[in-house]
Design a protein around this ligand. Structure first.
Ligand SMILES: Cc1ncc(COP(=O)(O)O)c(C=O)c1O
Length: 374
């Protein structure tokens, strides 16, 4: 990722316009409700006070309100802490593992999973999400890996997935979670894209005591700058994260937390529905363009904000292709190897940015793919 961003900067310093499709940012999908709540909550000196390191009670209650419904489980206030999701990944890993333990991570998967395990000297055992299987969880493979390695303390499941833009079958998640519960293995369920599932019948009400949920408001409310997320799970994990917050940054800004709490408890369905419809329409129109060439292949996204594209037939790796695409067509995409070894021949594009630039970028990519059939 660093290499391609550096190369894009160099092109821009030469005066070239580059279309950026590499970063997972939905903020261009302007959320006016959030803007207004932020302004309203930054109204007097009190809004700049410190707040508790476990988060504002009002925001914790708002998160609980949603998780109680989602999981059909009666969580208490001691089961939730406010923290940015990116930090939460490391905080959870730190609180449940010791040096030398192992963890099961998705390949491909969000890079912080692997970087964090590495940082805490936890051994990474990868489970592959295979294009041929529609990127569904291979339950047997995961069970075999857990059975053959007694040092595995946890598995991370990211549903829906970054970078894949697909959701996993709930029956598989339930079977794995049940199996892990029997084996005393934690399931870290990264829920960041849970409100971005484009199937209205998808419901979730499976909860088990070994699940630790991580959620971020960044993507589905189009507000990554708020840095608001949460962890829901066992009290001991929540306490440990709260201590960590207190030690490292004390708390998130109070006015942001109060705005987030109000948003979660207000009717925010109109924005959610508009965003979902917009994403569905973008997926359809990108699919229409890309499916005209068989130089590339992909599983059409049904969730999230990404297309994960197999570029194997161009004869280039994802990294080589990204650099060539940048130089020849002025489009910056994310090389797949940033997400794990199975991403070597893939690139990821984010589809929640500026619409005009997205359409232009996708058309340029299409022309590039047609020209570069390996
Ligand atoms: C799967 C996943 N988890 C966690 C995060 C981190 O979210 P945040 O940037 O809101 O901290 C991201 C961000 O891209 C993500 O894709």
């Amino acid at each position: 990722m660093f290499e391609i961003l550096q190369a894009a900067k160099e092109e821009e310093s030469l005066g070239r316009d580059i279309i950026h499709l590499e970063i997972g940012d939905s903020s261009p999908l302007n959320n006016v409700q959030i803007f207004n709540l932020l302004k309203k909550n930054l109204s007097n000196a009190e809004s700049l006070q410190y707040s508790p390191s476990e988060g504002e009670k009002k925001l914790r209650e708002a998160f609980l309100y949603h998780y109680k419904i989602l999981c059909n489980h009666n969580f208490t206030i001691d089961n939730v802490v406010v923290t940015p999701a990116n930090a939460a990944i490391s905080q959870v890993i730190n609180s449940i593992t010791d040096v030398g333990d192992a963890m099961l991570l998705p390949d491909p998967g969000f890079p912080t999973f692997s970087l964090s395990a590495q940082y805490f000297e936890v051994k990474k055992v990868l489970y592959e999400l295979d294009q041929k299987e529609g990127y569904q969880l291979n339950v047997k493979d995961i069970k075999d890996k857990i059975n053959s390695n007694k040092t595995i303390k946890a598995i991370i499941i990211n549903n829906p997935s970054n970078p894949l833009g697909i959701y996993h079958d709930l029956t598989d998640i339930d079977e794995i979670t049940k199996f892990c519960e029997e084996k005393n293995v934690y399931v870290i369920l990264d829920d960041t894209y849970r409100c971005l599932i484009y199937n209205p019948t998808y419901k979730r009400n499976i909860h088990r005591s070994n699940i630790i949920y991580i959620y971020s408001m960044s993507k589905d409310t189009a507000s990554p700058a708020m840095r608001v997320g949460c962890v829901v799970g066992h009290e001991s994990v929540i306490k440990s994260i709260s201590k960590h917050n207190s030690l490292f940054y004390s708390c998130l800004p109070k006015f942001i937390q109060l705005a987030a709490a109000e948003y979660l408890m207000e009717d925010h369905r109109p924005y959610r529905i508009a965003m979902r419809d917009e994403m569905i329409s973008r997926i359809e129109s990108i699919d229409k363009v890309f499916k005209q060439t068989d130089t590339i292949s992909y599983v059409k996204p049904n969730a999230g904000i990404y297309f994960w594209i197999n570029v194997h037939k161009t004869g280039m790796s994802g990294k080589e292709l990204s650099l060539k695409l940048l130089k020849e067509s002025g489009v910056c995409v994310c090389p797949g190897d940033a997400f794990g070894p199975s991403g070597m021949n893939y690139v990821r594009i984010c589809i929640s940015g500026d619409k005009r630039l997205l359409v232009e970028g996708v058309n340029k990519m299409y022309n590039f793919f047609v020209k570069n059939l390996g």
